[in-house]
Every structure is written in C-alpha cells, then in structure tokens.
Design a protein around this ligand. Structure first.
Ligand code: ADP
Ligand code: ASP
Ligand code: MG
Length: 409
C-alpha cells in the first residue's frame, strides 16, 4: 500500500518523540508499505516564530511572515530523516519548494493548486521514505507561502490525493475525533467514524483536530482518512462517506470557537443597498464575515451585528466606523469576549426539535444567547466567552454524547 502519514507538532515535540515517530514509520516500512510522511514543526515552534514576527511589527509583511514562520517544518523533516537513517532506513526530506507544492499567492493562508508528484514517485521507486514539510508551499513567483495554522493536515491530504494513496493517516496527541474537545470535556467519547460533512462542520466551527481545508480536500477527492494517536496503536477515527447508521444519531459533536469577535452597528438606516455598503469594503480588505443578524426595523432604523475573526477585529472596526459615518448610522460597538458554541450532526436533517433542546439547555444554565445561526446539520450560538466550557459540557450532557448511541435509536 501507499500510505501518507502526518505527524503533528506534539508527536515530534522532542528528540525522544522524533525517535518514536521514526520507529513507527520504520514499522510500516517493514510491513512492505511505501511511505510519504508529512511533519509539522516541533510543538511550540510555530508559535515562537509567530511571536518573533509580531515582536517587530503589528502588521507584518505577509511574504516575510511566511518566510520566517515556515522554517519550523524544515527543521523537523530533517530531524525525522536523520532519525530514520540512524536506524538504517533510507529516507529523504523535502521542503515545499523542493517537492513542488504549488499554491496561490495568498500569504499566510495560501491554497494548494497543484502537487508535483514526479520527484516523490522517483524516490519511492528507489525505496526511500519521503519526508515532506507540512504547512508550506511555493507560489508562481517562487515565494514561500504558508497554508494557515494547522496546515500540515492539508499538506498530507493533498499529497494523498495527488499520489492516489491508499490511505492517509493523521497522527496526533489524542486517539481520534471525539464528541467534543477531550481537554474540555473529560467524558467526551471517541468516534469510530464520522462523515466528511460532519467533520467539515466541526473543523470550521472550532475543532482544531483537523484543518478545515484538509477535510475539503479529502471529501472532494475521496481520500480515505484516519485520525489516530502517535502514542499508541488504537484504531482511531475513520472519516468517510455518510451512511444510514450516522443519520440515526441526533448530534455527533459539540464544538467551540473563541477566535471570533462581534461588531454591531447601531441605528442603521433601513434601505436597500445598505448591507452591500457595509460588507463590500470588508470583502475588499479580505476580511471574512461569519454570522450576521439584523434586527427588526423600527422607525426606519435597524441594528446590525456580525462576527469576524478576532485578529481581524481592529481592522474591521476601522472600516465599519467609516461606513457607519457615511450612511448616517448612530455608532459602532465591538466585543472580543464572545465565543461560538455549536452542535453538529447529520441526524438533525431528519430529527426536529434539536434546536429547542440546545436553547433550553443554555437557558437552564443561565447562559444568554447573543446570536444564532443554523445550517442543515449544525446550530451555532454566540455566548459570553466566560461560559464556553460550561456550555460545551452541558450540551454534551444534554445530547447524551458520552454514551454509545443505542441500536435502532
Ligand atoms: P497536531 O499538533 O497533532 O496537529 P492539534 O493540536 O492541531 O494537533 O490537534 C489536536 C487537538 O485538537 C487535541 O489535542 C484536542 O485538544 C483538540 N480537539 C479539539 N476538538 C477535538 C475533537 N472534537 N476531537 C479531538 N480533538 C479535538
Ligand atoms: N506548524 C504549523 C502550525 O502550527 C502547521 C501545523 O502544525 O499543522 O500551525
Ligand atoms: Mg493540527
């Protein structure tokens, strides 16, 4: 089999851990598999590099940010290759540009456009274990790009798709995908399998176990994907196509996201074209808007609130203040102490009443809901950040997520 494996930061966080990873890789090689391995930077390293950059500038040049922040992975791939060689295995490490990981030029959040597989295939033919740097690529001009935090997952899945690998394994520091972040909900249960669609929602709503783009890639190219621990041999979680069993379960997981901020514009004149006036300049500044709510209009005026990523709040507020003045709104308020808690499950399509349970559970715990948004398979509520952990736990209880779903339920 051709297997693509990815080892996250904690899994390569020390020389001991790197040796452990090398032993695992060697075991698969001994079993006769061809292996392409992606690794992240050693635990904490990317944060250290980001801090260095922001120590010099509040608004760093994106190209230079990528130049600095991509370097953690070059160290870890080299170290893994050295560890394997020490054990007598033939390995070669390749950076993003050496392997031809082509991306667009959107520095700090680049998208993979194409992967050059020729070189990898040649090395595999020679019997080598190929170690590829995660998180980084190269644009048309030859600039180094990075794929956004957590991007090594996407490197691995893109490699698996391009190489038509038989399996893509994401090795991390937990046993798989859980019903909620096991660090916050000790009772969280590991899922044996989850649909691409649910995983996509969970990733986009805050479950950082997989980067959202990696799931998009896996879904699009039907990559067989498994999340498992690098510290044991437990089977992990399979991410796969939806099946009948999955639909029986009301809710599959609870997630939270503390990286958003809320911006409200008071007394916006209620007339056609106003929303476009507000959101177009945000789009032009490349700021993603998530939830939007508009109140019922009173005497020709309405309040409008929306959320953006917390690190883009300042920039967004500046833009919105200008627009508010132009359109004659009363004022702009902002709040970066909010959190979004969400429940996700394909079963919601066929089971009514899930939202009511969510709202009642939050109400019973005196948690005020500031905003609500829904899709076919998820419901999200914005709440005060300080109640995040409580909200996640009580929702986990309300939907009995610690218990194995009963047959035929
Ligand atoms: P890596 O460095 O291996 O990429 P990450 O820290 O990016 O690891 O992702 C793994 C972490 O994701 C876990 O340690 C866990 O705290 C967190 N996490 C959040 N939600 C979930 C979830 N639903 N299931 C599993 N892990 C989750
Ligand atoms: N090292 C990068 C990060 O911390 C990429 C990754 O870990 O997936 O975001
Ligand atoms: Mg990660």
């Amino acid at each position: 089999m051709l297997i693509v494996q990815k080892y996250g930061g904690t899994s390569v966080g020390s020389l001991e851990r790197i040796k452990n990873v090398a032993r695992r890789i060697a075991k698969f090689k001994d079993e006769g598999h061809d292996l392409v391995v992606t690794v992240s930077a050693m635990a904490g390293e990317t944060n250290r590099l980001v801090d260095l950059v922001y120590g010099l500038s509040d608004d760093p040049d994106p190209r230079e940010y990528d130049q600095v922040v991509s370097t953690g992975e070059q160290v870890s791939i080299g170290l893994v290759a050295i560890a394997l060689k020490e054990m007598g295995y033939d390995a070669i490490s390749l950076t993003g540009w050496q392997v031809g990981m082509k991306t667009d030029s959107a520095h700090m959040k680049a998208r993979i456009l194409d992967v050059d597989t020729e070189k990898i295939k040649k090395y595999l033919k020679e019997g080598k274990i190929v170690i590829v740097a995660g998180f980084q690529g190269i644009d048309e001009e030859g600039n180094i790009t990075t794929l956004g935090r957590g991007g090594s997952d996407t490197t691995a899945v893109a490699l698996a798709a391009a190489l038509k690998a038989d399996l893509c394994e994401i090795y991390t520091d937990v046993d798989g995908v859980y019903t909620a972040d096991p660090r916050i909900v000790p009772k969280a249960r590991k899922l044996d399998k989850i649909s691409y669609e649910e995983m996509l929602e969970m990733a986009s709503l805050g479950a950082k176990v997989l980067q959202i783009r990696s799931v998009e890639f896996a879904m699009k190219y039907n990559v067989p994907l498994v999340v498992r621990s690098s510290l044991n041999f437990n089977p992990g979680t399979i991410i796969t196509k939806e099946d009948k069993e999955m639909e029986k379960v009301l809710v599959s997981g609870v997630t939270y996201n503390k990286n958003e901020a809320k911006i409200s514009i008071r007394r916006v004149p209620d007339r056609p074209g106003i929303a476009a006036k507000i959101f177009e300049p945000l789009k032009e500044a490349n700021i993603n808007v998530d939830m939007i709510i508009q109140n019922i209009s009173k005497d020709g005026y309405t309040d409008l609130s929306f959320t953006v990523a917390r690190n883009e709040m300042k920039k967004a507020v500046e833009i919105v203040k200008k627009v508010a003045e132009e359109i004659g709104a009363e004022g702009v308020e902002w709040d970066d102490t909010i959190a979004k808690v969400s429940i996700v499950g394909v079963g919601m399509r066929s089971h009514p009443g899930v939202a009511a349970i969510m709202f009642k559970t939050l109400a019973d715990n005196n948690i005020n809901i500031m905003m609500i948004s829904t899709s076919e398979i998820k419901i999200s509520c914005v709440i005060d950040e300080k109640y995040t952990e409580l909200a996640v736990r009580v929702l986990h209880d309300a939907f009995n997520l610690d218990k194995e779903p009963e047959e035929g339920e």
